[in-house]
Unconditional design. Structure first.
Length: 257
């Protein structure tokens, strides 16, 4: 954001008038010499001359009166000049007051904008920190799951090497094959030769191996879910994978007849 440059230098601005330490507006005005001392002096001269007039007699009355009128005219002229100066200073004071108010309003608007930006920045930082924590938690969960999958994969590899002859037996015996299901933690078990009138027609189910307990996600054709859950409970308890393959083929045969 570009910096704000008011029309008048903000270095000349005074603090808000509400401050207990701020000088009053009258203190900022230039001192005005109304000539009171000069007036007092002239009035004293007048008084002295008047007293002298009393003492010297009526002869000097006219002279003193004329001098008085001259002095009075000069005073009137000075007074008019002072009034004119006061008008000028009053106008300048009003202009200065309006400038101060305008700059104060502009400063308040800038501070409000800064506060809004600060709040938005704090909100973005808080959101960023929250997202970082969520990303870290998600990454930790992913890493943990990957480790579990790797361990289970190693287990399955070891088991497959041990059970390869048995697996080949079940594949031949049950007319089945094992395929990938598009994910490393799932297997697709495909059966054929289920219907005597159509030996090529196939049935299959997806077996999840991500955890210790097996899961069956999809079947084709669709089987009764309660029956599938019973078979899962049985294999997760006795860990007899061959028996699960045999029972699942039986479910497909019964469903497709």
């Amino acid at each position: 954001m570009s910096s704000f440059e008011p029309s008048l230098s903000t270095s000349a601005m005074r603090p808000p008038l509400a401050s207990t330490e701020a000088p009053s507006m009258a203190d900022s005005l230039p001192s005005i010499n109304f000539g009171f001392e000069d007036l007092r002096s002239k009035m004293a001269q007048f008084t002295a001359k008047f007293d002298a007039f009393i003492e010297r007699g009526r002869k000097q009355v006219l002279e003193e009166r004329n001098q008085f009128h001259i002095n009075l005219a000069e005073f009137q002229k000075d007074e008019d000049m002072k009034r004119n100066d006061i008008k000028i200073l009053t106008s300048k004071t009003q202009d200065h007051s309006q400038t101060v108010q305008r700059e104060a309003a502009e400063a308040a608007e800038i501070h409000a904008h800064i506060s809004s930006i600060t709040l938005e920045r704090d909100s973005r930082l808080a959101k960023r920190d929250r997202l970082k924590r969520q990303i870290a938690e998600t990454q930790a969960a992913i890493d943990q799951k990957l480790e579990a999958q790797k361990a289970h994969s190693h287990y399955l590899d070891a088991q497959s090497r041990l059970n390869m002859p048995e697996l080949e037996f079940w594949q031949d015996y049950l007319c089945m094959r094992i395929e990938g299901a598009g994910r490393e933690d799932r297997l697709k078990i495909v059966y054929s030769h289920i219907l005597e009138r159509d030996w090529e027609k196939e049935a299959w189910f997806e077996l999840g191996t991500a955890s210790r307990d097996y899961e069956i996600y999809h079947t084709k054709p669709k089987l009764d879910r309660a029956a599938v859950e019973r078979e899962l409970d049985a294999v997760n308890e006795d860990r007899d994978f061959g028996a699960l393959l045999k029972r699942m083929r039986r479910l497909f045969v019964e469903s497709m007849k």
